[in-house]
Ligand binder design. Sequence first.
Ligand code: NAG
Ligand code: NAG
Length: 323
Amino acid sequence: MLYISLFLAAFAALAVGQEEEFVPAPGVFPVKGDNTIIGGIFASGHDEMMSLYPTFPVPTPGPEAPAPGSGVLTQGSGPYPAKMYTDPTLPNHTVYAPINCPRNVKMPFLSWANGDCAMDGATYRYFLTEVASWGYVIAADGIPGGINGTLSFVHHSRESVDWAMSGGASKYGKIDRNKIAATGHSCGGLEALSMAYHDERVKQILMFDIGIFSDTRRYLLQEIKVPIAWFMGGLLDLGYVLAEKDYPLTRPGVPAFKANLDAGHYGTFQATNGGKYAKAAVAYLQWQFRHDHASKEICTNPSYPNSLVSQNWEVVFKNYNGV
Ligand SMILES: *[C@@H]1O[C@H](CO)[C@@H](O)[C@H](O)[C@H]1NC(C)=O
Ligand SMILES: *[C@@H]1O[C@H](CO)[C@@H](O)[C@H](O)[C@H]1NC(C)=O
């Protein structure tokens, strides 16, 4: 119940100082993905949500979900032990980075937006620390513990990218500014998609447990020109039907990847090292950003050892020709 009320309250919120809400209409493409509502142009406002979901689906954990409270915080299982930082040069965010990444390792950078578009930058720490330990720097919206009464908007993810592009993340190691991904869970996934819209600095989009709520907004996907990946929680995930509708509507020729695990809407984020969701995300990122052959096989070849399919993921993809 708490989740549902948070979610609807979140979509009802208005950003101070922003202009009118974006109204989708065929052929209308705003310049940027910002909106007065959280999640940006790909999300729905309160009235639209109420018409789509008079009773909002209750998130039910699936058989792949971790037991509540079973997760333990580590420094990740990757080659570069990582941790969570707050950084005065990026206020209102939380950074995840390797503690000591060798200077010869160029690191991709990820913006991360939380579920509910909440401002607690520590909620996904098991998952984000794990990803960072493979040689990634990540800036999540919000500070550990949250910022009372505030929610994240598209500009929060953009601030992360601005910070990385202007050298702010360089104290954590060598950042590869050509390898920027927009990522997020649930409402945060829509925030990531909206931030990536018309921002050519963003080269990859990873959405977790979410798709576009309203059929009237799906045409906006035509303006997404970089690879997009959905990591979904299967039939029990309230985002399942949405991503199923989105996947066929990506721009022709644009690579798209969709993987489903029966974990439900909360995935395995709260498992030690982020569980199977982190393994899948790392494999996808290592394939796309580092052209790692084994990672590509894990993602795309069901008979490869430890393939996503062998770990119970259902995988489809298109347009990764020669990548
Ligand atoms: C951080 O968030 C608070 C609360 O929303 C806001 O008042 C403040 O201006 C933000 N700081 C920066 C540097 O954006
Ligand atoms: C958070 O905000 C609520 C109302 O917006 C208030 O009642 C509560 O005391 C605040 N908590 C903190 C820790 O500031």
